[in-house]
Design a protein. Structure first.
Length: 151
């Protein structure tokens, strides 16, 4: 689950390196998302999410309905704001939460990561300078460097 744009692109690249699973993707209904997720099971959330209480409530409702129906064992996300309600709901239903901080966060941590951190099983950062910003943060390299090795 990821916001569209760079967050979604990073998650798509990461998913190539993860075991095959019954993925259900959650993102915004944008042209790039439709292109990247063509043929994949996708649920569209509401945006914008920053400072928009109505869309937070709408996305919380989608999260409850989707998590109840799918019962994920793991939720993997690269953020941003849309991830927060989905992570909390999935955790309440027993899912493990894996949060991958955005590649753009070189020495700081996003608000989304800080809001998900308390319930996350793993929080990965993509830069060594960000690893000490959260108690659970782990540095495992960049998603983009992993993608380079595939070509």
């Amino acid at each position: 689950m990821a916001s569209s744009g760079g967050h979604l692109l990073q998650l798509v690249l990461l998913a190539r390196r993860l075991p095959d699973a019954a993925w259900t993707w959650v993102t915004f209904d944008t042209p790039d998302a439709r292109f990247l997720l063509d043929g994949r099971k996708t649920v569209f959330a509401h945006h914008p999410t920053n400072r928009n209480l109505l869309n937070l409530v709408r996305n919380l409702r989608i999260a409850v309905q989707l998590v109840r129906r799918v019962r994920p064992s793991v939720l993997v996300t690269t953020g941003a704001g849309v991830a927060v309600p989905f992570c909390w709901v999935a955790k309440l239903f027993g899912a493990r939460i894996v949060y991958v901080e955005s590649l753009t966060r070189i020495s700081s941590i996003s608000l989304s990561a800080r809001l998900v951190h308390p319930i996350a099983d793993h929080v990965f950062v993509q830069w060594p300078g960000a690893v000490h910003k959260l108690r659970k943060a782990e540095f495992a390299g960049s998603i983009l460097s992993c993608a380079e090795h595939e070509t």
